[in-house]
Design a protein around this ligand. Structure first.
Ligand code: XIL
Length: 318
């Protein structure tokens, strides 16, 4: 059986992947990425980010952003849309700042009205706010937080709801899996959004993890349940589990499989965990080696699009 079909039988809504807009001429890659029994859900890897959709103020472009939504629609795949208010991949005209509170509020609201409006009805989920906490568990310094404090959170969710009432709205971040200070801060962010009466539906655990350092299935479930206890759903939105040295040994590949099984298993264990998305089809195009030099081989398919031991581990746990 294939992973999405197994995930649905096990009670999840989806098993999916990010798809990279720049690799669409690789037909083997696209044929695997569009196999809806394997990947029943797609996330655009880069095309919907602010630098792509509004590179200069008020000038919206959807050339790259439309690629993955078009592929998902053509192949009957669920679409998770990604992402709106984020400090990274932000065009200079935004990140350079110098705005008043009300000007930045209007910039956020205009951006979200346009982008979410463009995809209205197509996105099962939107990652509305991405990475609001920093790695120490403080609020992340960004043009948004530095200008508006935490008000940008509810402002973003309200704007998304107004533009597409049918999309489920997510707060998304990484390292929530360790249930430490960063998890505490994102928990506080979710509570702030709820207390403001703004429409948050879920929290995304990105799941950028490390082979051999991934928390246990039960620890992961504990972290997920903190958020479902708030009445929210949760999902793993960007899972990859990287080897910190390359090439991986046979035993490291087995450990990687066990770590993937912990992640997927924890979602099965938690009522309200709706799905798992891996951050890429194949090691060949993973973002990890670019961002973490010397590390990688973090996904379920190798450079030749062959299934790795981790694929078998995921299929066995589902
Ligand atoms: C990454 C993409 O995979 C890369 O292609 C890009 O160069 C940088 O961004 N957290 C996120 C994703 O929310 O959007 C990031 O994606 C990975 C970390």
């Amino acid at each position: 059986g294939q992973l999405h079909d197994l995930a649905v039988k096990a009670g999840l809504e989806f098993f999916g992947t990010a798809l990279g807009e720049s690799h669409t001429s690789d037909s083997a890659y696209i044929s695997l990425g569009t196999d809806s029994s394997e990947f029943g859900q797609l996330t655009p890897e880069n095309g919907q980010k602010w630098d792509s959709t509004e590179p200069s103020r008020g000038q919206f472009s959807y050339t790259s952003g439309d690629i993955v939504p078009g592929i998902a629609a053509a192949n009957g795949q669920i679409l998770r849309c990604h992402t709106l208010t984020w400090h990274s991949q932000l065009p200079n005209w935004v990140s350079s700042g110098g705005f008043s509170y009300s000007d930045l509020q209007s910039i956020i609201e205009t951006h979200i009205a346009n982008v979410v409006g463009h995809y209205a009805g197509a996105c099962h989920h939107w990652d509305v706010v991405n990475e609001a906490a920093d790695d120490s568990g403080n609020w992340r310094s960004s043009v948004f937080y530095d200008t508006m404090g935490t008000d940008f959170l509810a402002i973003s969710f309200n704007a998304a709801k107004a533009a597409d009432p049918s999309a489920k709205l997510y707060l998304n971040d990484y390292n929530l899996e360790y249930n430490g200070a960063k998890t505490d801060r994102v928990f506080e962010a979710a509570q702030i959004i709820q207390a403001a009466g703004a429409p948050i539906d879920g929290v995304g655990f990105q799941g950028h993890l490390i082979v051999g350092s991934t928390p246990s299935r039960s620890s992961l479930a504990t972290a997920l349940r903190r958020f479902t206890a708030l009445g929210l759903e949760v999902a793993y939105t960007e899972v990859d589990i990287r080897h910190s040295s390359l090439p991986p040994s046979d035993s490291a590949l087995v450990t990687q499989g066990n770590d993937f099984a912990s992640v997927v298993g924890s979602c099965l264990d938690v009522d309200g965990c709706v799905g798992v998305t891996v951050w890429g089809v194949t090691d060949k195009y993973s973002w990890i080696p670019d961002t973490f030099p010397g590390q990688g081989a973090a996904l379920l398919y190798d450079d030749n699009l062959a299934k790795k031991p981790a694929w078998t581990s995921v299929s066995s746990v589902l």
